[in-house]
Design a protein around this ligand. Sequence first.
Ligand code: ATP
Ligand code: F1X
Length: 308
Amino acid sequence: MIGTITLNPAVDRRYNIDILEKNTVKRTEDYMASAGGKGLNVSRVARILGEDVTAFGFLGGNTGDFIRNEISKLGINDSFTSVNGTTRTCLNIIDDNNDNIEILEKGPVISKKDKHKFLEEFELQLERLDIIAMSGSLPKGVDINIYSDIIEIAKKYNKKVILDTSGNVLLENLKSNPFLVKPNKEELENITGIKLDSEEAIKMSAHKILRRGAKNILVSLGDNGMYFFGEEGNFKVDIPKIKIKNTVGSGDSSVAGFAYSFSKGLDIQEVLKYANACGMSNAMEKGTGSIDIEKVNELRKKIIVRKI
Ligand SMILES: Nc1ncnc2c1ncn2[C@@H]1O[C@H](COP(=O)(O)OP(=O)(O)OP(=O)(O)O)[C@@H](O)[C@H]1O
Ligand SMILES: O=P(O)(O)OC[C@@]1(O)O[C@H](CO)[C@@H](O)[C@@H]1O
C-alpha cells in the first residue's frame, strides 16, 4: 500500500484552446476537471499501476467534495482531514502548440487543531503503508517544518518517505533525511544557486542536497530524462523522443512510478525506467496525472539507464 500526502490539493481544470493570445475571448469544448495537487496525481498514477493507495491531506468545501467523489470512483482510500476552508482550484490552459499557462491558487488556511487531527490519522494508518510520497506546496497556517514532522513520525515505524516539493520548503525539510527528493532542473538551480549547464554542475548540486540530508535525489529534466544520485550510485536515464500532449503532472507520475516499482523490490535501474516511463506516458496523455499502462510497458523497453 502506498500512502500519499497532499497538504494543498486542488481541483485541476484543464482547458485546451487553439492559441494563447492576450486580450482575446476563447471558447472551448475541450476541458476537464480532475482531482489534483501533486500527491493526488501520484495517487491516481499508482492506482493505474495496480497499487492500493491511501491518500491523506486536507479537503474542504464543494471542491473538496468533488475530489472525495473522484478518488472514491478510482478506489483510492480517502483518509483526508476535513477543514472549514475551500480546497483551491488550479488552471492549466494549453494551446495547439502545447504551450501552456498554469494558474495556481494559494489554498485555504489550516488550523492547528486540523493539523493535529491529520497527524494522528496518518500515524494510526502508518503500519499498513509500504512507502509514503508527500508532494506539493503548503497551505496557509501550516508550519514550514511540517514535512519534517511527518518524516519523524514515519521513522518511528521504519517507513521510507519521498518528498517532492520546492524552494525553502524543500531546503528546510532536508534535515529530517527524506529517503528521496525529486526537484526538476529549474527547482535544483533555484535552491542551490548553481547554473546547471553541464553534467558536472548537476552532480555537484545534487551532492549538495545529499549532504544537507536527503538519502537519494532524482533530478528530472523533462524531455532529457533524469539523473539519480544516491545510496546505489549515480545514474543518467536517456529517453526516446515522444509526441507530447500535456506535461503537467509528469513529475508526479515519475514519483508514482518510482514508489510503485521500489516498493515491489525492483532494482534501481528498473525503478528508474518505471519513473521515466510513467512521466513520459503522462506527457503523451491529455489528462493531468494520467498514464496508459501499455505505453508504460512499451516505453520501459526503450529507456536506457547508464551508470555515471
Ligand atoms: N516533453 C517530454 N518529453 C519526454 N518525456 C518527458 C517530457 N516531459 C516530461 N517527461 C518525462 O517525465 C519526467 C518528469 O518530468 P519533468 O522533469 O517535466 O518533471 P516536473 O517538472 O516535476 O513536472 P510537473 O511539475 O509538471 O509534474 C521526465 O524525467 C521524463 O521522463
Ligand atoms: O502548488 P503546488 O502544490 O506546488 O502545485 C500544484 C499543481 O500545479 O501541481 C500539479 C502538477 O504537478 C497539479 O496537479 C497542481 O495544480
